[in-house]
Design a protein. Sequence first.
Length: 258
Amino acid sequence: MDESFIDLRGAKLHLYRAGKGVPLLFLHAVDGILAWPPYLERLARRFDVVAPDHPCFGQSDAPDRIADVGDLGFFYLDLLDALDLRDVNVVGASLGGWIALEMAIRSTARIKSLTLVGAAGLRVAGVPRGDMFIGTPAELGRLLFADEKAAANWNAQSQASPAAQEIYDRNRAAAAKYTWQPRLYNPKLADWLHRIDVPTHIIWGEQDKLIPPAHATALQALIPGAQVTMLPGGHLLPTERPDLLADTVSQFIERLRP
């Protein structure tokens, strides 16, 4: 795995990259990327994985021009141009799935497929969601995970050192910046999802308490030809079920090869 920084119009973006083969852009969830996690390691066995810290997250800059998730969509389209990546399989989890949607309604010129894992971005009337901005770290863990051991391990890792705590706090602040109001959705997004014209795979945790599975059905109804796969687990499937998720993602992408 290599780490680097790329300058995008004056903003420094921190990138992890590993593997070889067809390109896969991984857009992380609300918790950011802590070191090089097992699910990315597994994906890198099959793909050229590019995994950035979103602007304001991790080690990336916080440019003033990026104010919302729509701006992040444009920003990542610029990244594909800057890296000259083509036929990219975009995989987004949670906030990252929302960013992937915002990218695809603007342009799929460089995108081959979308995989949306517990994606934010929509609101389903009558379906209550969790609130990740209230409660203790332990309560947050129970909201984001179905498995108590996974929640405990995630909490321990995020508090393991002063540096880890600093990144955790920065990621929480960035998540609030992009998703606070309206909470976890774009009121206009549903009107434009018909523009997505690439194969789309929606993956959801059966026990997701933050963004319940009804949102998967709603997304499928709005994206032409989208398919849905339900997996055991909560909201942060990349952390809770890394091997199962990576294999499910890989199988979908590999079926698209000519």
